[in-house]
Design a protein around this ligand. Sequence first.
Ligand code: TXD
Length: 317
Amino acid sequence: MARNKIALVGAGNIGGTLALLAGLKELGDVVLFDIVEGIPQGKSLDIAEASPVEGFDANMLGANDYSALKGSDVVIVTAGIPRKPGMSRDDLIETNTKVMQAVADGIKANCPDAFVICITNPLDVMVGILQKLSGLPANKVVGMAGVLDSARFRYFLAEEFKVSVEDVTAFVLGGHGDTMVPLTRYSTVAGIPVPDLVKMGWTTQEKVDQIVQRTRDGGAEIVGLLKTGSAFYAPASSAIQMADSYLKDKKRVLPCAAQCSGEYGLDGLYVGVPCVIGANGVERIVEIEMNADEKAMFDHSVNAVKSLNEVAAKLGI
Ligand code: TXD
């Protein structure tokens, strides 16, 4: 059986890390694409040279031409510009919208059957534009943000509770950004919901509130430390988990930016919701019940995504 083919559009910090992880996990052969000449070729060769040491077999190809994407099973898109200190994700909208236009054409022409994972910010808007312009079905185009946001939430909770990160589950909904909705009621340690852990004296509500806020600001915290770019290790790990679930038909339940059609009272809008990811892409959107407070936070987040979509719409895309 031929190996899967994974195309990475954007060979920057996340793209390079994605290529390394895809190799280490033997997910398939990798094409690293960028408009900058030399960078995808150099990173691919460097990773290929690590393969005898790490013991993985995967072709690593660097490319500047979209024809290299031909027949890809998965495309992960990070092309665009990242945030610098003081910039919000939304400041990226104009530049990255134009980038999505080129990427959508490249995908449409070369691998219209691929499962496409968009990472480029502002995420919820970019993934919607990519789906629309590529013409791929909505179940085959998703955005990565929720896996990362919930990983941050899980890490902070594991630190607070002094338990393994593996035993902490976390749940986030809504748009990627300051309005994201971490749901503590659905976040657990080995099945015990966080509010019960507060009652059991494992932590205080105040501490949980601080962790929720730190999760919302998780991206900015890294940008503030790095100063020259944004997070890339955890974002790459998160997207690889989504690709893995698709390629192996694992049907993992993962929070992704998916197009809602009726779920959560939304029609045609991309926003972060729990999804089952399997061989058919987004196979199901899981609709949970929210209490009044959670619903208010979710609506606030949805409105933020909608107003950004309006900004993008004014650009004529
Ligand atoms: O949770 C999330 N979704 C995110 C999103 C978490 C972290 C970072 N997130 C966003 O991912 C970030 O705001 C950026 O929009 C993307 C990519 O972040 P990365 O850190 O990898 O940025 P880099 O290192 O600047 O890489 C971007 C690459 C760079 O090599 C450019 O030359 C290339 O994109 N680029 C292009 N490639 C192809 N085609 C076009 N048009 C193009 N323009 C730039």
